[in-house]
Design a protein. Structure first.
Length: 162
């Protein structure tokens, strides 16, 4: 899976495309699936008997993550529906960027769970090449920022010139 920086850049890209004002929530949604899965490492430091930490791995599935965002959205002081949408916009960027990776032993992302247990992948990049995806997303993000700035300046110019 791409490193967190790539997930953040792709999340920024989508937040800019959809003109989200609270980009931080989109970025949280972009890295939260990996953070929650990494919490399974707690068992190395706090071995509590009869606790199955692997259940946190289920949060790396889009449907389960959506249900999780419905639970955590009230923790934010923004509109509930917008918070759920922003978190899931980031998560969509996360799952789609994970689906771009090539896997040796099958693998991929369970995009249609619980309707299907199949893994989906486009097999475009090896995991160690995910920096290429990050560079591409960064270039696209820069182009969108420049285009938006140019569009804003041209609108301001036409208003002044009128």
């Amino acid at each position: 899976m791409p490193e967190w920086l790539t997930h953040v850049i792709i999340g920024l890209l989508l937040a800019e495309v959809f003109s989200v004002r609270k980009k931080s929530i989109v970025l949280l949604g972009a890295i939260l699936p990996d953070i929650l899965v990494k919490l399974t490492l707690i068992k190395l430091f706090i071995p509590i008997p009869n606790i199955d930490y692997s259940v946190l791995g289920a949060l790396h599935v889009p449907f389960v993550f959506f249900l999780f965002t419905l639970l955590i959205a009230p923790l934010f002081r923004y509109n509930y529906v917008q918070t759920v949408l922003w978190l899931n916009l980031g998560a969509v960027s996360h799952f789609l960027s994970d689906a771009l990776l090539r896997h040796v032993t099958g693998g991929g992302v369970r995009l249609l769970y619980p309707l299907s247990l199949d893994y989906y992948t486009l097999s475009l990049f090896w995991p160690e090449q995910s920096y290429l995806l990050g560079i591409l997303a960064l270039v696209l993000y820069g182009m969108i920022i420049i285009l938006k700035k140019y569009k804003y300046q041209s609108k301001a110019f036409t208003r002044v010139g009128s």
